[in-house]
Design a protein around this ligand. Sequence first.
Ligand code: SAH
Length: 231
Amino acid sequence: MTLDPIATVRSCFGGKFGIPRQPGLCPSAWGSLVFHPAYRSEEAIRGIEGFSHLWLIFGFHETVEQGWKPTVRPPRLGGNQRIGVFASRSTFRPNGLGLSLVRLEGVDRTAVEGPILKLAGLDLLDGTPIFDVKPYLPYAEALPEAAGGFAAEALVRLPVEVEPAAAEAFGALSTRARAVVQEALSLDPRPATQLADPARIFGTSLCGCNVRFTVRDGICRIIEIQPVGVP
Ligand code: SAH
């Protein structure tokens, strides 16, 4: 099989760092799925609006060239315990394919780009290639009794505060962009190896802004928001 992308996602996440590690964790995150010309067909999406959630099969296009190893160190285990790549959702895997369950907010019917799927809660980088779209089937796929392995425990979220220096820029964001910033940073995107230094400043690209933050005393503090005008 040779796979060709059918679509590209535009998303509020302009860089890999700071993207939630699974879909749904940042419910306000937004994106659009723009079909490539050969698939811009109203027929091909007939019935899709009856579904609230879709599975996306996509390519980890930014990291695929780094290859894979049989074991990985998931952030959920503090980054120091190894488990098998096939027991993980690591981005570094043999075929570089990702799988995300996202919310379908609606379909935008455009003259230039055909039907565009409006998505929420995604964990995808802007520009991610999509290989397939399938509806989520709650009658078969909702399994509340399922065992969650090493990722079974609920996530701990950090409180997020906006420092005075960033307050004006934060206030100028849309309500939804403010929610994305808060939800994404509450997940503590810092790499497990860099938790020790409270003075360290991290930067992430969210909703067209460079957002700089530190984590001190268990609180994520936004110190600067600089609009750069991308997604
Ligand atoms: N839900 C998916 C993704 C899990 S890994 C799955 O289980 O397969 C999630 C991480 O993938 C994010 O934190 C982000 O940094 C990274 N990511 C998202 N889109 C990417 C892309 N196009 N290329 C490389 N990495 C990407």
